[in-house]
Design a protein around this ligand. Structure first.
Ligand SMILES: Nc1nc2c(ncn2[C@@H]2O[C@H](COP(=O)(O)OP(=O)(O)O)[C@@H](O)[C@H]2O)c(=O)[nH]1
Ligand SMILES: [Mg+2]
Length: 256
């Protein structure tokens, strides 16, 4: 029996309301729908976003312009209220990442995190190395909120802590900032998990306690989430010894 004959008898069966033929037709439709759904879902899961997060005035928008537009011109923006996004083409690879410059204003940042966290293939947490000591509490708090978010914990995107503005005089280096942040996170995890326990009345078993118990907080204990610190400068200076954004770009290449 050739294929046309099989098709004909199958269509004949369908017309006559033959149970077997209808069963086969239903099965075929189900298989096609499943494949379509699988393909669509696969596409949605492929997170391509890099979120630039951090306090106001840390240099996120300047960094965004440098990475996306390679623009050398100084920026004439006012405080960015709405998110920007643009493509970063990965040199040497046929890939691009979507960079999101998200507003760091205190009243907006949690809402913005909520909206964009599902897109994160990676997160760049930008710090102003010149003012980080003064603002350490707030800097640590937002970072803690990001790292203990259930969606972020589930996806475990790599995190780059970009210690920006290294071109300025007497700024702290990445190692110093990492130590300061670890100390602050150590305090925060106690207050945060205590506050949560009071709220929902449960004992422990929430995600708000980051790192290992019975041990001071360390970023390396957040595995499988990988947290890295680099020094950078989004501002152009004629000084060739300045780090520029080289380390950030290197990291983006490893994430893409
Ligand atoms: N010296 C120095 N200034 C910077 C650097 N990055 C940004 N700035 C300046 O810091 C201010 C805030 O930058 P902006 O990108 O708007 O910060 P955002 O609020 O995080 O988006 C601007 O005046 C920038 O020119 C840097 O690496 N070094
Ligand atoms: Mg901005």
């Amino acid at each position: 029996m050739d294929l046309t004959a099989v098709m004909n008898s199958f269509l004949d069966g369908l017309q006559k309301g033959d149970g077997g033929a209808i069963g086969i037709a239903v099965a075929i439709v189900v298989v096609i729908l499943s494949i379509l759904l699988f393909l669509l879902r696969g596409k949605g899961n492929k997170r391509q976003g890099i979120l630039l997060l951090g306090m106001c005035d840390t240099g996120k928008t300047l960094m965004f312009h440098k990475l996306v537009f390679k623009s050398d011109k100084p920026l004439h923006t006012v405080t960015s209220i709405s998110p920007n996004n643009g493509d970063f083409t990965v040199p040497g690879k046929n890939k691009s990442l979507k960079i999101y410059d998200l507003p760091g204003h205190e009243r907006l940042r949690l809402q913005v995190l909520e909206q964009f966290k599902g897109l994160a293939r990676g997160i760049v947490y930008v710090i102003d190395s010149a003012s980080v000591q003064k603002d350490i509490k707030e800097v640590a708090e937002f970072l803690y909120t990001i790292l203990s978010d259930p969606v972020i914990l589930a996806n475990a995107p790599p995190i780059l802590i970009a210690c920006n503005k290294q071109d300025q005089h007497l700024v702290k280096g990445a190692t110093f900032i990492e130590k300061q942040l670890q100390k602050e996170m150590n305090t925060l995890r106690v207050t945060r998990s205590a506050a949560l326990q009071q709220l929902d009345g449960t004992t422990g078993n929430n995600n708000s306690y980051l790192g290992k118990r019975n041990k001071d907080f360390e970023f390396s204990d957040l595995k499988p989430m990988k947290v890295q610190f680099v020094e950078c400068s989004a501002l152009d200076t004629s000084d060739k010894d300045q780090p520029g954004l080289m380390e950030v770009e290197k990291w983006l290449m490893t994430v893409a």
